[in-house]
Design a protein around this ligand. Structure first.
Ligand code: ATP
Ligand code: MG
Length: 495
């Protein structure tokens, strides 16, 4: 029937032709697309989602993907939307064009909301395909490769930013467990990004189109938490004037995050165990059992083994929750991410308060990277927020390192306890001074790098390297912060 081998790349005529991947279960469509595209593009044809996923993992990503709405992954029943969300998460720059029939328009809107570049209605003509490929290949050409590599958008306000090896591993683990649909226990200090990791797992899972809900198990007394999680019937208690479903029911087919799970009252732990075992529970005041299909992710910042030893937390529940454990590293163990995270938070906060971002100077960056961040990423985010509002770099540096005001070095300079050596402190101070001198020279020369290199008596190449090393950026053209637009932004918000 078909002239090409499914799931394998059809040789491109010229090596530099743009790579187009097509995933469609209809062999006639694959034949037709190969016929009209193979003379200009390197076309890879897939009738099977699993083979496409494998190719995406093992070979360089194509320049564009044509994806049929009706494709289903055989083993997992994952649909095109699930596939789209995973492709968007792992290859955010890859433009995806969906094929759909007019009857599927409602669903297709969801696809565009999830980041599909365009939708082509079936039956299509050669000119429809040509026009779309030309437009999206041209647009993706303009994107800088580094623009997307550092963050995965999760919702309007939250992204998963990662650059270091350890966090890339966390990302791979999230992607892995997302597919397995097992309970996940996320451990880590406060503010390390446990909730963000839970959102990423949800986004990468086949449940991504369903709800993601968070319940803080430490925030309320046992009976309130029980009604919050499992709902209640009318008359179940004084004030229960009408029945109400709980979060588990509302979240059916979705993902629930049980935050601070180790602080869940023990009476409720048994009920949760039951839900994890067979998905069933009953609302307060009801004898009938409700069945749900909810993926449970639990998070805690306490030592859960100690909680088990103290009989505060049920051991059997721990084993049920712990289908997979994810350990979020504290920020002080991934200081190499601080420059990228600081810029990310600056962009995020500036967008929220509708003002221009402030530059993060090498001196400030040095202060940020050598602080120990007990409140982790949340504390860093709050610090950047304060910097944007105060627009006073020195105030932030003094806050982070009060002992340096008089010129003394920090007793807890960056890195581990072992890094307190004199050699390390000198290295830090030297780096800060060098960065400050370069920044000053760039400022004086109006960011003319040749002039600055000359002024500093280093080569142009060495200057470019140091600009990158110290993450120096030119100042923005204008900066105006309206404090009225940022209500409640004060020191009380700091971690
Ligand atoms: N990898 C990340 N990329 C970008 N922002 C992040 C990342 N991790 C965390 N954040 C941001 O840092 C803040 C704290 O993250 P989050 O709420 O997920 O931490 P947590 O571990 O759940 O904290 P807690 O233990 O206090 O509940 C949030 O504003 C979040 O958006
Ligand atoms: Mg949290």
């Amino acid at each position: 029937m078909s002239r090409m081998q499914r799931g394998t790349s059809v040789k491109a005529q010229a090596k530099r032709n743009p790579q187009i991947a097509v995933l469609d279960g209809d062999p006639a469509i694959l034949d037709y697309l190969n016929e009209i595209l193979a003379d200009r593009y390197a076309v890879s044809l897939f009738s099977d989602a699993a083979k496409f996923n494998q190719s995406l993992r093992e070979t360089p990503a194509p320049d564009l993907l044509l994806l049929d709405w009706n494709i289903v992954e055989n083993d997992s029943e994952e649909n095109a939307l699930g596939l789209l969300s995973r492709v968007r998460a792992s290859k955010p720059t890859l433009p995806v064009i969906m094929f759909a029939c007019s009857a599927e328009l409602k669903e297709v809107v969801a696809a565009t909301q999830m980041g599909a570049a365009d939708v082509i209605l079936k039956p299509f003509r050669k000119s429809d395909i040509d026009a779309a490929l030309e437009q999206y290949l041209r647009e993706s050409d303009k994107k800088t490769p580094e623009a997307d590599v550092e963050e995965i958008p999760l919702n309007e306000n939250t992204s998963f930013v990662r650059t270091c090896k350890r966090m890339r591993e966390i990302e791979s683990q999230c992607a892995l467990v997302a597919r397995a649909d097992i309970p996940v226990l996320i451990l880590g200090e406060s503010g390390t990004g446990k909730e963000v990791a839970a959102m990423l797992i949800h986004k990468l899972s086949a449940r991504s189109q369903r709800s993601f809900l968070k319940v803080n198990c430490a925030a309320m007394p046992a009976d309130l938490l029980e009604s919050e999680l499992f709902g209640y019937e009318q008359g179940a208690f004084t004030g229960a004037v009408k029945s109400k479903p709980g979060k588990f029911e509302i979240c059916n087919n979705g993902t629930i995050l049980l935050d601070e799970v180790a602080e869940m009252p023990t009476v409720l732990q048994a009920k949760l165990l039951q839900v994890l075992q067979d998905g069933s529970f009953s609302r307060l005041g009801s004898r009938t059992s409700v069945k749900v299909d909810v993926r449970v992710i639990a998070a805690t910042n306490v030592d859960i083994k100690a909680a088990i030893a103290q009989k505060i937390f049920r051991e059997d529940l721990y084993y049920r929750l712990n289908g997979f454990t994810l350990k979020m590293p504290p920020l002080r163990e991934r200081t190499e991410e601080i420059p990228v995270l600081s810029k990310h938070f600056m962009r995020k906060v500036a967008a929220k308060y509708e003002c221009d971002p402030l530059p993060i100077s090498p001196v400030l960056l040095q202060a940020l990277t050598s602080y120990r961040w007990p409140g982790n990423l949340r504390e860093l985010e709050n610090t950047i927020k304060r910097y944007l509002v105060l627009a006073d770099e020195q105030a932030i540096i003094d806050e982070l390192h009060p002992w340096q005001r008089n010129g003394a070095a920090s007793p807890s300079a960056e890195g581990s306890e072992n890094d307190r050596s004199l050699k390390h402190l000198v290295k830090n101070l030297k780096g800060g001074a060098e960065a400050a001198a370069i920044a000053q020279s760039l400022e004086v020369s109006g960011w003319n790098r040749k002039v600055a290199a000359n002024d500093l008596q280093i080569s142009y190449k060495a200057l470019l390297y140091k600009i990158k090393q110290y993450n120096l950026t030119p100042p923005p053209r204008k900066h105006q912060v309206s404090i009225e637009k940022a209500p409640g932004l004060d020191r009380a918000q700091s971690a």
